[in-house]
Design a protein around this ligand. Structure first.
Ligand SMILES: Nc1ncnc2c1ncn2[C@@H]1O[C@H](COP(=O)(O)OP(=O)(O)OP(=O)(O)O)[C@@H](O)[C@H]1O
Ligand SMILES: C=C(C)CCOP(=O)(O)O
Length: 271
């Protein structure tokens, strides 16, 4: 639904506050910032290290505009899986929606606190309040980008997260951070996309990092789901979605985050 420019064309001809420098879009994987096998458990050291890298890159001017997305880890996936909710299976139980969304807001608050402690002007954007699958689970994601684009234009670092999403004909399903990354990157005309997870990149059958991926078929056999509880498809879904982007994307581990933010290659490049 989105395309470059969709995020802020001023209907009245006024200067568009969102126009300008294309942003970098960064996903902090839930498996990086939480202990994915222990319900609602943060990996505080990993989150601190990731927030240090983000703060350093902004302070050094390596990145001008940055939109952050984080995944669910042991917060969202645990609650979603317990209630049988996934990206393709919805719920009409408001308590289930509240459980998933509440857990994601708790994780989002941790991420925001730690970024702001380091001087990063991080503010929340909650997808449940914005997005919809208006054509059901088989259709695309409708994610209005006006708030995120305007926040970027005003110097903030918007922080979105995997969440519940209103889904026509299916109640509320899960929207993964990876889907949000793709929508943000396409709609905001991102300069680069980074997906930081616990693995140093996409691994081949021998466990080595694949340098670059141009087509899904070439790596399909090596791509599995997540090792931990995950309702949104793990690495295979990640690669498939990133391949659809115009912007170059990188999948890397914690050690790749600072180099990626400096503009260097890190982990696996997905073209
Ligand atoms: N070929 C592969 N290369 C790398 N990781 C793979 C591969 N196949 C499967 N995986 C799994 O994918 C996981 C990364 O995907 P996952 O969705 O769990 O990460 P995440 O994005 O950090 O978490 P979250 O979905 O909670 O945000 C790895 O931990 C690994 O278990
Ligand atoms: C499970 C929920 C609510 C979020 C899923 O987002 P992901 O961890 O990016 O796949």
């Amino acid at each position: 639904m989105t395309g470059p420019g969709a995020a802020g064309d001023g209907a009245d001809g006024a200067a568009d506050p969102a126009a300008g420098v294309p942003p970098v879009v960064l996903k902090l994987g839930g498996s990086l910032i939480t202990e994915k096998d222990r319900p609602e458990t943060l990996d505080g050291d990993a989150l601190d290290a990731a927030c240090d890298a983000v703060a350093d890159a902004l302070a050094a001017g390596d990145v001008d505009r940055l939109a952050v997305v984080h995944g669910g880890g042991s917060f969202g996936h645990h609650h979603a899986s317990e209630r049988g909710v996934s990206t393709t299976a919805g719920t009409r139980d408001a308590d289930a929606v509240a459980a998933v969304h509440g857990a994601m807001k708790r994780l989002n608050a941790h991420v925001l606190d730690r970024l702001r402690e380091r001087g990063v002007p991080a503010v929340p954007v909650h997808p449940l309040s914005l997005a919809a699958r208006t054509a059901g689970t088989g259709g695309g994601l409708d994610l209005p980008l006006g708030s995120t684009a305007t926040l970027l234009g005003e110097g903030f670092v918007p922080v979105l997260h995997g969440d519940g999403v209103a889904t026509a004909g299916d109640g509320v399903t899960v929207v993964s951070g990876d889907e949000l990354v793709v929508e943000l990157a396409a709609g905001l005309g991102a300069r680069r996309v980074g997906v930081c997870s616990t693995v140093p990149g996409v691994l081949d059958g021998d466990g080595d990092v694949i340098d670059a991926i141009d087509a899904f078929e070439a790596v399909a056999d090596a791509l599995g789901a997540s090792d931990a509880t995950d309702v949104s498809g793990g690495m295979a879904a990640k690669v498939r979605e990133l391949l659809a982007l115009d912007a170059p994307a990188h999948v890397f581990g914690a050690e790749g985050l600072a180099p990626f933010l400096r503009g260097e290659d890190a982990g696996t490049r997905i073209n």
